[in-house]
Design a protein around this ligand. Sequence first.
Ligand SMILES: [Zn+2]
Ligand SMILES: [Zn+2]
Ligand SMILES: [Zn+2]
Length: 462
Amino acid sequence: MGPVCGPCYRAALSTPTQCASCGRQRVLVGRAAGGGLLCRTCVFPGEPPERCGACGEPADLLPGRRCPRCTLAARVTDLLSVDGAGVPEPLQPLAAVLTGADNPYRVLEWMRRSPAARLLRHLALQPDALDHQALDALPHRAVTAYVRGLLVTAGILPPRDENLALLTNWAARTMTALPPQHAALIRPFAEWHIIRDARRRSARGRYTYVAHKGDCGNIRAAIDFLNWLDSHRLSLAALEQRHLDTWATGRPSLRARSIPFIRWATARRLTATGLLIEHPPAQLPGHFQVEAVHHEELRRCLNDTVLPLDVRVTGALVRLYALPLTRIVELTADQLHRNEDHTYLTINRHPVLLPPKLAHLIDDQLRHSTPRHSGPHEHRYLLPGHIPGRPRNPAGLADTMRRHGLPARAARNTAVMEALVDLPPMVISDLFGIQPKTAERWATLAAGSWADFLAVREGNQG
Ligand SMILES: [Zn+2]
Ligand SMILES: [Zn+2]
Ligand SMILES: [Zn+2]
């Protein structure tokens, strides 16, 4: 079959491809004298071909003596119809997405194994009751998210901002668990302050997974603060600056998170005026790598074929361009541009040149990560997630990177430092999505040599 890599070879055995002789989409099992790949029928022209019992075409028959595509059509009809009466009207676009897949083998396999397919079967009993709220009410969030992605891909449900939905659903669940006197404060804070601001950012397309985590953290810190008041027999009205100082010193990790609630409460005169918690003093980034380690890891990403492709691509993007994982998961195929000699990746409207090795890895990654189901107009993610139409979860990706010994944060800080030597802080802050102030502070650090910087840090730690 010629030189192909391991994943390509295994995929070929269940990937129909166009036969060089008859032109049918078949599993190709032989090679013609001229070099093209051939299907079974064309390799053994003397034998009568096996034909599909439904469409009559020569085919690689599955149990039931039908071709893969006719088998898939029958299974999808079974899955989505009540008593085999045919797919109900509202679900027909979904049937089209499932049966229209490039590779029927993959969808058949998915229907056999996936709990999402079983959930679809259940939901198909009441197709008119399908909407986002109905899905939000279901348990098994991962499976439900998969089905939601499929229904959005099919155009049966409208797309929505899933990060915003994570926040609003989490807030609603959290609110019902609060005692009434806390809910009376937390509910307006969450709905009219945090969630309203999140909606504004979402409308501009800027509400990220990390932003949703931060907003949940702000609400949780507010709840924690009210519990602390209760345990000290205090109330917002009786709160004094010295109480607040005690709280802030005792809870360093919650200190910054509790600021939005205390500001909000103070602005609404629920507390005495003039109370404040200072933001903790800005920290210089504490996690850096020694240059040699940084370069060794970059070399691994570009050359180590034992590492999974997605890990190599992610690791290289972090180390070369200081991209955070939250940005890497949002990268799509249409951000790549090629001319005769070079491949460019557009980051924040700036096209950056990719080293040929990385460009090759990215091509391979796109080839090996075709989504199982895809709609006509959706973004093709560089790192497609498990859920149709969604990118990978950055938290899960961070775990994967750590497991392979390529943690992202220190590497990213180091990559920013290296770039700072050549680029002005404003460009850095735009390119890497960090605050201009942070970029300036780092630029000051980078102006000295690495050795000086590391020496100062080690001295401080000793
Ligand atoms: Zn390959
Ligand atoms: Zn053929
Ligand atoms: Zn057929």
